[in-house]
Design a protein around this ligand. Sequence first.
Ligand SMILES: N[C@@H](CCC(=O)N[C@@H](CS)C(=O)NCC(=O)O)C(=O)O
Length: 342
Amino acid sequence: MKMLKSTLAVLTAATVFGISGMAQAGATLDAIQKKGFIQCGVSDGLPGFSVPDASGKILGIDADVCRAVAAAVFGDATKVKFSQLNAKERFTALQSGEIDILSRNTTWTSSRDAGMGLVFTGVTYYDGVGFLANKKLGVKSAKELDGATICIQAGTTTELNVSDYFRANNLKYTPITFDTSDESAKSLESGRCDVLTSDKSQLYAQRSKLASPNDYVVLPETISKEPLGPVVRKGDEDWFSIVKWTLFAMLNAEEAGVTSKNVLDEAKSTKNPDVARLLGADGEYGKDLKLPKDWVVKIVSQVGNYGEVFEKNLGKGTPLAIDRGLNALWNNGGIQYAPPVR
Ligand SMILES: N[C@@H](CCC(=O)N[C@@H](CS)C(=O)NCC(=O)O)C(=O)O
């Protein structure tokens, strides 16, 4: 009997997760509803994206994406637990089922999307790799970095991008790789490397953490495309759709002018049919996603629309002061664009 039970357990796990950690449609949402929270994988600490405050609360756009999914599923954005992961740990944590979503400044690439039993749900932030240099070097462009020692984080797309860039430009460099961005930043400060490289958003974040940020300059070049977004396990289309449409809902709310301040009023009295559908006042669009009717009201009232989340974590009022740039909506000079709720 004991044997039979454990065989059954293995068989059940195999059915739910498949041979490579894949889940069947609906299984992830069922499991999440049973345990009562979402386990969200974030970075070790990256201002603007996911960083603990003094009380241990994780702040940042990546953390807020998970809160938004919790608001959609539970009507309660606090029903999230965070796992802080370095670049090397992140994919196994998702494949093994330790986390339900990876929302950790992770670049969408073909090999990650198609070759790892995982799937990206969208783009939270359009980024690109750049360089942070000590001003003492007197360098104005990445093209002047011949012979530089460069700090890079292990297990990232950055490693390959930098090697491609230097080869293409016929420049030499010495890479020093680290497991965490804090180690890279310390090495930049101690002079062990001349330059630190990573996604540009992170260069601003890392510079803001240095003892004298003004001694360092972000060079003008952007040498790659780094679309960063949430990732889930392949094979559970229901969960994939929920995470995907949570981000779309935040973008659509911004586009429609629905904010955390006005969403409750809009839900009651809007005359705009797009807003009525988005907020569940007209139709049953939540049902298609296995979500409550007012899923978008919960997301926007508790977490905010995309623009609010961007400004709060990364925008002009923060130490990062990042422009919307590519991350502005499509009708405002950027490329953030969400299909409609209808
Ligand atoms: N977007 C790139 C880079 C991601 C990455 O891990 N960047 C480092 C460099 S700033 C980082 O986030 N470090 C924060 C940490 O160690 O948790 C990727 O997906 O490979």
